[in-house]
Design a protein around this ligand. Structure first.
Ligand code: ATP
Ligand code: F6P
Ligand code: MG
Length: 518
């Protein structure tokens, strides 16, 4: 027997054998006397031939796919896709799209595919673009979006709608939605944007409005949890190769050449890690999740000297959020924030370049040739590649199907290769991070053969470990562990990938983004 618990934030359904559905809100939860209509796709020649095109109302997708014989069935999310019944008459839909936060490859593709999906699949022709992020709802003009207007935009980087940080005034935004008669709102942006979308949904619900709020997660840093990976991430990793190649060519063409490349990644080093793994020319990758130090045994300077002696050149990839503790130690601490309240970081690429140059200048035994490349904004501004375009299309279409089917307060996302509707708070409650005890970071360490940057004291402790390290079965890329998980099993202290981390004995965790097994 299934039971449902609903509080204002979560709609959780419990089923047999430990099955849990973390469901998303639906108009029927709070709007009385709803009328439904047959889905227009039923008579669409392109789709009507597809067997089982419509998603069964009970279809859900498990968050964990690696399970043991006696594991409970665990958390599931509602499967995305078209439903037999829709809750809007096509002529009555008035949709809008907004993009917020930093740029990311693929934003224009998502915009294009929402407009085209609404028009070609559901015959919806009233779509507004909100200019310049959240504040555009109340302080800017809107743009009429038609399939013709958006036809070529996927070939361009950035967002044709413009974007911004800050300026989220919930009351004014919802007033504007209400005044304009908008009933579907598509919100494309990162964790901050999805938090903003969540409060817009709450206010819409408080006012009892039949307005669907659908989020499409955007993050070049891949810092959004639960989902397999974010759109634009592959494009960014691919584009980063060009900078790494350039750094490598420069470094190997001179004596003792050192190429430093800074990549994006405020709190999560995924771009740096994947770009390093993809390139094979990188000697050292530094990310926010893995602390490092410069001087002394096991430090960065010792490693640079060693590599230069061995190979005559080296390439360092550094994520923008790496080593921020060292920067604030050695430079005057700046506590500046952007308009959304995100901490403004100091330029770690420039800082590390100066420190390396100073170190070798002082030593006087080795003359180095150093080049620093900062391609961060060049990477963020490219159009998405082919595979991201397809991914963006499916995300956009999932959002459209969900809104038409009466779901609201959800983010679309790929979970274990299946498109799903995820409640906002699952997306915003934590950040996705590289887990340095996970297999992927171990692969990176083994491919670069860089030091673990454990301090001499930690190294001594590591050498005292008698038992072989416990093998992690499955990574957890989130920095936060459920309270419930903590109680379940005894924890062991692991030494893996060159770092200590407290983990459960068989770490089959709930969140495992960018799948890292095999
Ligand atoms: N807690 C919040 N409540 C309401 N609105 C928020 C909240 N956090 C952020 N926002 C709004 O969301 C928008 C985007 O936020 P932010 O600048 O942090 O970018 P983001 O969506 O996290 O993307 P990026 O990954 O580029 O940082 C801003 O307009 C900001 O005002
Ligand atoms: O300079 P901006 O546009 O505020 O954005 C910089 C930040 O945005 C991101 O690209 C995320 O969108 C981060 O990697 C970076 O720190
Ligand atoms: Mg953010």
């Amino acid at each position: 027997m299934a039971s449902t618990d609903i509080d204002s934030n979560m709609k959780i359904v419990h089923g047999e054998a430990g099955y849990i559905l973390e469901d998303v809100p639906h108009f029927s939860d709070y709007v009385p006397n709803l009328t439904t209509y047959p889905n227009p796709l039923r008579s669409n020649p392109a789709y009507s031939v597809v067997k089982q095109y419509f998603v069964h109302m009970d279809d859900t997708v498990p968050q964990k796919v690696v399970v043991h014989k006696d594991s409970p069935r665990g958390v599931h999310f509602r499967r995305a896709g078209p439903r037999q019944k829709v809750y809007f008459k096509s002529d009555n839909v008035h949709a809008c799209i907004v993009t917020c936060g930093g740029l990311c490859p693929g934003l224009n593709t998502v915009i294009r595919e929402i407009v085209c999906g609404l028009s070609y699949m559901y015959g919806v022709n009233k779509v507004l673009g909100i200019d310049g992020g959240y504040r555009g709802f109340y302080s800017k003009n809107t743009i009429t979006l038609t399939p013709k207007v958006v036809n070529d935009i996927h070939k361009r980087g950035g967002t044709i709608l413009g974007t911004s940080r800050g300026g989220h005034d919930t009351g004014k935004i919802v007033d504007s939605i209400q005044d304009r008669g908008i009933n579907q709102v598509y919100i494309i942006g990162g964790d901050g944007t999805q938090r903003g979308a969540s409060v817009i949904y709450e206010e819409i619900r408080r006012r009892g409005l039949k307005v669907a709020i659908a989020g499409i997660p955007k993050t070049i840093d891949n810092d959004i949890p639960v989902i397999d990976k974010s759109f634009g991430f592959d494009s960014a990793v691919e584009e980063a190769q060009r900078a790494i190649n350039a750094a490598h060519v420069e470094a190997e063409s001179v004596e003792n050449g050192i190429g430093v490349v800074k990549l994006m990644g405020r709190y999560s080093g995924f771009i740096a890690m994947y770009a390093t793994l993809a390139s094979r020319d990188v000697d050292c990758c530094l990310i926010p999740e893995s602390p490092f130090y410069l001087e002394g045994r096991g430090g960065l300077f010792e490693f640079v000297e060693k590599r230069l002696k061995e190979n005559g050149h080296m390439v360092i990839v550094i994520a923008e959020g790496a080593g921020q503790d060292l920067l604030t130690e050695s430079m005057q601490a700046m506590d500046q924030k952007d308009a959304s309240g995100n901490k403004l970081l100091q330029d770690v690429g420039l800082w590390i370049s100066h420190r390396i140059k100073d170190h070798f200048a002082k030593k006087d035994t080795m003359v180095i040739n150093h080049k620093y490349i900062d391609p961060t904004y060049m990477i963020r501004a490219i159009p998405s590649n082919g595979s991201d375009n397809v991914y963006c299309t499916l995300l956009a279409q999932s959002a459209v199907h969900g809104a038409m089917a009466g779901y609201t307060g959800f983010t679309v996302g790929l979970v274990n290769g299946r498109h799903t509707y995820i409640p906002f708070n699952r997306i915003t409650e934590r950040q996705n991070k590289v887990v340095i005890t996970d297999r992927m970071w171990a692969r990176l360490l083994s491919s670069t053969n860089q030091p673990s940057f454990l301090s001499p004291k930690e190294l001594d402790e590591a050498n005292k470990v008698e038992e072989p390290p416990t093998q992690l079965l499955h990574g957890n890329n989130c920095h936060d562990v459920d309270e419930a998980d903590k109680k379940e099993q005894p924890r062991t202290r692991l030494f893996q990938g060159g770092n200590f981390k407290d983990e459960k004995e068989s770490g089959n965790h709930a969140d495992n983004n960018i799948k890292t097994e095999n």
